[in-house]
Write a protein that binds this ligand. Structure first.
Ligand code: SF4
Ligand code: SF4
Ligand code: SF4
Length: 419
């Protein structure tokens, strides 16, 4: 399969031949034309083109596309084996969606009950929002280095990657770039995603300082709104904790994130364990430093969240002041692309620069013109956030499915103020 290495999960999304009616609806949502088949005939997913985003799955009216990576029983076995410290790294978009699987209204925020239910199941908690804060510091620092080097003319210790900088926390977007526009890869932020940072953290600091156990006994479970995160976790480069411990004499070999449960998987796991989310006692892991986070980490689940958080960080570092307000205005004629400009005055030199940013959600509809500008060397932007799914992770391929496959697109419009 194109671009996949032996360790990497393949064919995460497959269409059930018995359920497919050949209606073509999924093709309208697939960012890469990976669904093939004539109208009226059984369709299939072309793994060479697939980003594993699950948009076909959450939008099929007949429930034909399936997530083939079922690890719910494997996680339950780890929870019950008495030897393993099973850590749940929970994404922000899960906590506004999982309640729906237990009969709550779409958008019901159930953070406390979710943590309580996970604790009852036997999980330790690492809030991915904590890792999102780390990601912001990394990504923001990288952007600051590039702005200082290219726009303010300051010498950098090393040659920074080119501007504009793209976010790299959406694995479907990263795979899209690898397959369809590899010339953009030098523009990708070198910061890995919050989940991958969470995994490395759990098996280093978390193991020794929080849960006080052998890092090899820690089993990290990403709890994500996303099917592509299953693929991301299987990428061999995400084994930083093992590399860290190797330098200190360990011979262990393990991934930073062992498995990923989607929001739907998590609901199935809790139901198998007879844990009712709505009846779970609220839980706050206030003594655990890895369960705390800022407001910046929280907005990662929305389109624009990563960019806003990183830009606020860059503003503070360069000017020494908080960014008062950030207005994201739609760019005329480019539906789904939002842009903003923020003028920064370097506290050290007094020089000013207007940092221009763009936010793209929905690769299929909205990415093309942005990529064309960058490839042609005439992009006006310094920083571009790209999220594959329309609306961002709240509408991810791992979220609850409506009976007639209409995804979260309409539901999030009702709960997000900017939509
Ligand atoms: S939307 Fe569903 S039923 Fe229709 S062609 Fe696609 S997979 Fe088959
Ligand atoms: S998972 Fe995403 S890329 Fe793959 S076939 Fe479905 S919609 Fe297309
Ligand atoms: S936008 Fe979010 S849910 Fe969708 S593929 Fe990217 S990371 Fe996954």
């Amino acid at each position: 399969m194109q671009g996949l290495r032996p360790q990497e999960l393949a064919e995460i999304i497959a269409i059930d031949r018995k359920k497919c009616k050949g209606c073509d609806a999924c093709k309208a949502f697939c960012p890469t034309d990976a669904v093939t088949g004539k109208y009226g005939a059984v369709h299939r997913v072309d793994g060479e083109r697939c980003l594993f985003c699950g948009q076909c799955l959450v939008n099929c009216p007949f429930g034909a596309p399936q997530d083939t990576v079922d690890i719910v029983d494997k996680v339950i076995a780890r929870l019950k084996d008495g030897r393993t410290t099973v850590v749940a790294a929970i994404a922000p978009a899960v906590r506004v969606a999982v309640g729906e699987e237990f009969g709550l209204e779409p958008g019901a925020l159930v953070t406390g009950q979710l943590l309580g239910a996970l604790q009852t199941a036997g999980f330790k908690i690492l809030d991915t929002n904590f890792a999102a804060d780390l990601c912001i510091m990394e990504e923001g620092s990288e952007l600051i280095t590039k702005i200082r080097h290219y726009a303010l003319g300051e010498a950098a210790g090393h040659a920074p990657g080119p501007l504009p900088q793209f976010t790299s926390c959406c694995p479907a977007w990263v795979r899209y770039a690898e397959l369809y526009c590899p010339q953009l890869l030098p523009h990708m932020s070198s910061a890995k995603s919050p989940l991958m940072m969470a995994g490395a953290l759990a098996k280093t600091y978390g193991a020794t300082e929080v849960w006080r156990t052998n890092p090899e006994n820690v089993f990290v479970v990403g709890v994500m709104p996303c099917t592509a995160k299953k693929f991301e976790a299987s990428r061999p480069e995400f084994a930083s904790a093992a590399a860290y411990w190797h330098k200190r004499g360990s011979a262990g070999s393990y991934p930073d994130v062992d498995v990923v449960l989607t929001t739907r998987d998590l609901a199935r796991l809790l139901k198998k364990l007879n844990i009712n989310l709505t009846a779970a006692a609220e839980f706050s892991d206030a003594d655990n430093p890895l369960a705390r986070y800022s407001g910046a980490g929280t907005i990662f689940g929305n389109t624009g969240g990563v960019m806003e958080a990183a830009l606020r960080t860059a503003h503070f570092v360069i000017t020494g002041q908080e960014l008062a307000a950030l207005e994201l205005n739609p760019v005329r004629g480019l539906k789904g692309v939002k842009a903003a400009g923020v003028t920064l005055r370097d506290a050290k030199t007094g020089r000013e620069i207007t940092v221009k940013v763009a936010v793209v959600h929905g690769i299929k509809e909205n990415l093309g013109p942005i990529v064309d500008e960058v490839v042609a060397g005439r992009s006006p932007y310094h920083f571009i956030e790209v999220m594959n799914c329309p609306g961002g992770c709240v509408n991810g391929g791992g979220q609850p499915i409506n009976p007639m496959g209409t995804s979260w697109l309409d539901k999030y419009k009702a709960i997000l103020p900017w939509s």
